[in-house]
Design a protein around this ligand. Structure first.
Ligand SMILES: [Cu+2]
Length: 461
């Protein structure tokens, strides 16, 4: 949710919804057109489901940068563990990794039986019904726990057009990597002959395929004039699993469509971010879990976040002392890792640079609530000031969730125009749960009742 940090749904902004209670979100959608999803944000609950898609359409008078598709198709894909979320928490708390998931689900359903040894009989699978010649907008979301997925449709091109509310330059892909928490729209034209059905596949990325073979989501693309079931091997996965340098070319190729209209009737690309001076730089480093005070915890800049007992703005409103600290460090430091309530003290109207440095062992995705950021750079190694020479200053994509390769970094630029307290986190649930998150507190020192919304009347303390 973009505007109102009083009800952003994370513990630093509002109180949890207790069992058997409900909470009504009221919000205005205006400046984000595109594909999103919702999910429970506490206690690992997303691993048990509870997510769903949100589509925000533009007003009719606003042009979209492609012909209107014949229909929308939503695919929620994600890794799945048969253990429930409480058992998964126990695993993490004991210092173990979650390990290989039990499968990948597509819209909550298991794999089509493409292989009678690998897939048991009688599993319910997803079928997408289409008509020959039509073009569909596939909105694909990785709603899973922690596994990066490669998405592909047998025999069909994926024309990338949108990610997380921003139109991209349009490029064809035969397969596309979707990391945890990311959303993409692809236009897919039903231009193949219907001698049979086709496979839709979401398979784990950067893993040993022979070990992870069972962890593959398979749905069916069924033409209305299809002459028979899908058969044969699945479309092949990318072969570069040990060559992440080449895989990184894909996210680097995602560019902003600078001529497309945004949500409002001003051109999406009118914001010349490359010529704005950066006011602050934050280098945020993630490391693998360590034991802190006897507990397994994961850190950002040496701090494993502890949620405040009172949400941050409520603590401000009610003058609750010591609920949080404004001392989140702006770069990695050598102190012993510790647990704390450290929040970033960010400057309203600042234009900041955040470098996400992943020194953990697995792919991570980072998300910032309340904002979209420009993904200006991505590389392997340790970020340095010289890395700025290779930033994309012209047509970087603006989005809310970016991948950060293990042993690499991703640099984003953010214009701090949205007042409130906003969560910055790793989307991989196994690390988020262990403390890899913080908040940015962005307050207008001359608040006049216009830049920050008033708390909703169902806000509580
Ligand atoms: Cu968010």
């Amino acid at each position: 949710m973009r505007r109102n940090s009083w009800q952003d749904g994370v513990l630093g902004t509002n109180c949890p919804i207790h069992p058997k209670k409900n909470f009504t979100y009221r919000f205005q959608v205006k400046d984000q057109i595109g594909s999103f999803f919702y999910f429970p944000s506490l206690n690992f609950q997303r691993a048990s489901g509870g997510f769903g898609p949100i589509i925000i359409n533009n007003r009719n008078i606003i042009a979209i940068p492609f012909a209107h598709p014949d229909a929308d198709i939503v695919l929620l894909v994600g890794d799945w563990y048969t253990k429930n979320h409480t058992a998964l928490r126990t695993t993490l708390e004991s210092g173990e990794e979650l390990g290989m998931p039990d499968g990948v689900l597509i819209n909550g359903k298991g794999p089509y039986r493409y292989n009678s040894t690998l897939v048991l009989d009688g599993i319910e699978y997803e079928t997408i019904n289409v008509d020959p010649g039509k073009t569909y907008r596939f909105r694909v979301h990785n709603v899973g726990t922690s596994t990066s997925l490669n998405f592909r449709i047998e025999g069909h091109n994926l024309l990338l057009v949108e990610t997380e509310g921003f139109y991209t330059t349009q490029q064809n892909f035969t397969s596309f990597d979707i990391h945890v928490g990311q959303s993409y729209s692809f236009l897919v034209t039903m231009d193949q002959n219907a001698t049979k059905d086709y496979y839709i596949v979401a398979s784990a990325r950067f893993v040993n395929e022979t070990v992870w073979e069972r962890v593959t989501g398979v749905a069916i693309l069924h033409y209305s004039n299809s002459k028979g079931p899908a058969s044969g091997p699945l479309p092949v996965a990318p072969s570069d699993i040990y060559n992440q340098w080449s895989a990184m070319n894909q996210p680097r190729a995602i560019r902003q469509n600078t001529t497309a209209s945004g949500a409002r009737p001003n051109p999406q690309g009118s914001f010349h971010y490359g010529s704005i001076n950066v006011t602050d730089t934050y280098v945020i480093q993630s490391l693998p879990p360590v034991r802190i005070d006897g507990k397994f915890r994961a850190t950002l800049n040496g701090i494993s976040f502890v949620n405040p007992d009172t949400p941050i703005r409520l603590a401000d409103l009610h003058k609750v002392k010591g609920a949080y600290k404004l001392d989140f460090p702006n770069k990695p430091h050598d102190r012993t890792p510790h647990m704390d309530r450290s929040v970033i003290n960010a400057t309203y109207k600042g234009f900041i640079e955040i470098i996400l440095q992943n020194n953990d062992t697995k792919m991570q995705s980072f998300h910032m609530d309340g904002y979209a950021f420009f993904v200006v750079g991505m590389d392997f190694g340790v970020w340095s000031e010289n890395s700025r020479n290779n930033y994309n200053k012209w047509d970087a994509i603006s989005r809310s969730t970016t991948e950060v390769y293990p042993g690499g970094w991703t640099a984003v630029l953010v214009s701090l125009d949205n007042v409130g307290v906003w969560n910055l986190r790793v989307e991989n649930l196994d690390r988020w749960y262990l403390g890899q998150e913080t908040y940015m507190r962005i307050i207008n020192p001359e608040e006049n009742g216009k830049t920050e919304m008033v708390p909703p009347d169902n806000q509580s303390i």
